[in-house]
Design a protein around this ligand. Structure first.
Ligand code: GLV
Ligand code: MN
Ligand code: MN
Length: 405
């Protein structure tokens, strides 16, 4: 196979169909929460793009989309893709860059006359961010048996809608949810391309990198009870104000993260009734903790819960992932060949479906595309078009090699 040239790639037509979907006019960020109309529109966009390429699209029992180039039953499939859902006011690249690049890589390989010996599947994993129901990577966890279907169905969004109901409204049967070992057994390799969510590649002056592993991380909920009362008449001594332990918790998270050389974030709170002139009746904080190893992460959570004076209930947990060394080596070789630059290996604190599949024993790896500012999960997330083209070139080369036999 001739190396794919970076200049072969035009991503603009793919981006144009996605750019307007679920974009908030206030912030410019995306609100594509799982199974909402914006998410469904993204999924429709994917179906149309796959159909335009004569890729046969199927929805698996867990709501993940698979667009096949080659025979789905062929075995040893090379799976590439990412997700289309977003965090609240997320950037345009986290997730979609991997899907757009996968479709573009198929185009590039076809233009080069490549016929893969193994089937290639472009995938969209459902509900990766967990922004609506609280658990990350729901689609890939269900597929791999890392999330109980009963627990998944019972997850609720902030309006009290269950995941089961949200799926039903979106036309997907929630009774179908569950592990899919037969489908997993047909996967030979997984490559997820993703925008880098830090500044490492910018610092290293490299357009494309390869993930070495994912830090263990989890999400925890802390509930604070209080007594709702009047802000102007309730004496300080008489107050049971849940905002006080919540404030202590936020500061304790920062201190514990520093002490243990980890990361801890309180990025979401729910305060009731959320009135300027009322002492709140209750408050909830969500704590996100990530670190080099599980011991560190657990120590942070323990310290924060002790300071908070309430338990930290685990809502989502992702063990440490070390990506397959052989896939990583092949990705680095393909990226170097396609871009002419070294592709450094980087660990990341961000979760990904490729990590869930790796944890299920599938040989998996990831390509990262440089993000000049490192900003992610925010509207300022960005990758330069030339770097996105380099990412597609690297991915196409990697797919050609992995699917060649
Ligand atoms: C997913 O983006 C996560 O790491 O939270
Ligand atoms: Mn994300
Ligand atoms: Mn992502």
């Amino acid at each position: 196979v001739t190396p794919v040239q970076v200049t072969d790639v035009d991503l603009a037509p793919l981006w144009s169909g996605l750019a307007g979907i679920g974009r908030s006019p206030d912030t410019g960020g995306y609100r594509r929460f799982a199974w909402t109309p914006a998410d469904l529109d993204c999924r429709e966009w994917f179906r149309a793009e796959a159909a335009a390429r004569q890729l046969a699209v199927e929805t698996d029992r867990n709501g993940n989309l698979w667009a096949w180039w080659g025979d789905p039953q062929g075995g040893g499939a090379v799976v590439t893709g990412s997700h289309l859902d977003s965090v609240p006011d997320g950037g345009g690249y986290d997730g979609p860059l991997g899907v757009v690049s996968a479709l573009a890589a198929v185009d590039v390989l076809r233009r080069r006359g490549v016929t893969p010996a193994r089937p290639v599947a472009v995938t969209v994993f459902a509900d990766e961010e967990g922004a609506r129901f609280g658990v990350a990577c729901v689609g890939s966890r269900l597929l791999t048996g890392q999330l109980e279907p009963d627990r998944a169905r019972a997850l609720t969004d902030p309006d009290g809608v269950t995941l089961a109901e949200a799926m039903r409204r979106a036309g997907h049967d929630p009774q179908a949810l569950g592990p899919d070992p037969e489908r997993l057994s047909r996967i030979g390799a997984v490559v997820e391309l993703h925008i880098e969510q830090g500044r490492a590649l910018a610092d290293l002056d490299a357009p494309v990198g390869v993930a070495s592993g994912i830090w263990p991380h989890g999400r925890f909920r802390l509930d604070f009870a209080g007594t709702a009362n009047h802000a102007g008449t309730t004496r300080l001594a008489d107050r049971e104000d849940p905002m006080l332990p919540l404030a202590v918790t936020v500061l304790a998270a920062r201190a514990a993260a520093k002490r243990h050389e980890a990361l801890a974030t309180v990025g979401r709170v729910d305060v009731r009734p959320n009135a300027t002139n009322a002492v709140p009746g209750r408050a909830t904080a969500w704590l996100d903790v990530r670190g080099h190893n599980e011991r560190i992460v657990r120590a942070v959570v323990r310290d924060v819960a002790a300071a908070a004076g309430v338990p930290a209930a685990e809502e989502s947990w992702t063990p440490e992932v070390n990506f397959d060394g052989s896939i990583g080596g092949r990705l680095r070789g393909a990226a170097a060949e396609a871009t002419g630059a070294d592709a450094p290996a980087l660990p990341t604190g961000a979760g990904h479906d490729a990590g869930i599949l790796a944890a299920a024993g599938r040989p998996a790896g990831m390509l990262f595309v440089r993000n000049p500012t490192g900003v992610s999960h925010a509207p300022a997330e960005h990758a330069e078009p030339a770097d996105c083209r380099a990412g597609v070139a690297a991915l196409a080369e990697a797919l050609a090699r992995l699917a060649s036999g």
